[in-house]
Design a binder for this molecule. Structure first.
Ligand SMILES: [Zn+2]
Length: 202
């Protein structure tokens, strides 16, 4: 033991030397414990690294499924609006999508998607595909706003006048470029809601 050399040349009584060597023994044991602790820690770290490898394999799997994409038109049903964005397939809570078409006016479609697990982890599954719209070249953000406005109709009676309906649907939030076509769409929608009892809430 290197520790003994520390005491070489010292004039200490034998009993004292033994006592000191005994102390050294304790110190050595302390180091031994620390070394053992470090070794144990190292082994745990290596083991954890090894365990992580299969997880990496899981993360690299692709997330594949289908999504319902609604087609917004003035006579679309709430069922279509409600199902827009529904995701289903193997590995999803919903194994099967809604049976399409929802009704005779339904123009919903299903769209396949495939994301890496990394994309899914970063929110790809939450970014629902924008709905299709009968208004040509309506920006994606505005088609989403139109969808939200139409979804809000569910459970609410249509207002008395078309002006109230346009206001409630947030017509003013649409860009000047698309406002007139959105207004024509919403006027037609209002007429449909007013004249089709099945479209109105019970
Ligand atoms: Zn539909």
């Amino acid at each position: 033991m290197g520790g003994i050399s520390l005491f070489r040349g010292r004039t200490a009584s034998r009993s004292r030397l033994v006592l000191r060597l005994g102390d050294m023994g304790d110190i050595d044991r302390t180091w031994l414990f620390i070394a053992a602790g470090l070794a144990f820690f190292l082994i745990l770290t290596i083991r954890n690294r090894k365990k992580r490898i299969p997880e990496t394999k899981v993360y690299s799997r692709r997330i594949e499924g289908f999504q319902v994409v609604a087609f917004l038109h003035p006579k679309v049903s709430q069922a279509c609006l409600a199902d827009h964005g529904v995701q289903f397939g193997k590995g999803f809570r919903r194994k099967e999508g809604p049976s399409l078409p929802h009704d005779e006016r339904c123009r919903c479609r299903t769209s396949a998607f495939s994301y890496t697990s990394n994309e899914a982890f970063h929110g790809a599954l939450r970014k629902f595909r924008d709905p299709d719209v009968s208004i040509e070249r309506l920006p994606a953000q505005e088609s989403k706003a139109l969808l939200d406005a139409m979804r809000a109709e569910n459970g609410a009676h249509p207002p008395e006048t078309v002006e109230q309906y346009l206001e409630r649907s947030g017509l003013s939030q649409f860009s000047p470029d698309s406002r007139s076509s959105v207004e024509a769409f919403l006027r037609e929608r209002f007429e449909f809601l007013r004249t089709t009892p099945a479209a109105a809430p019970a």
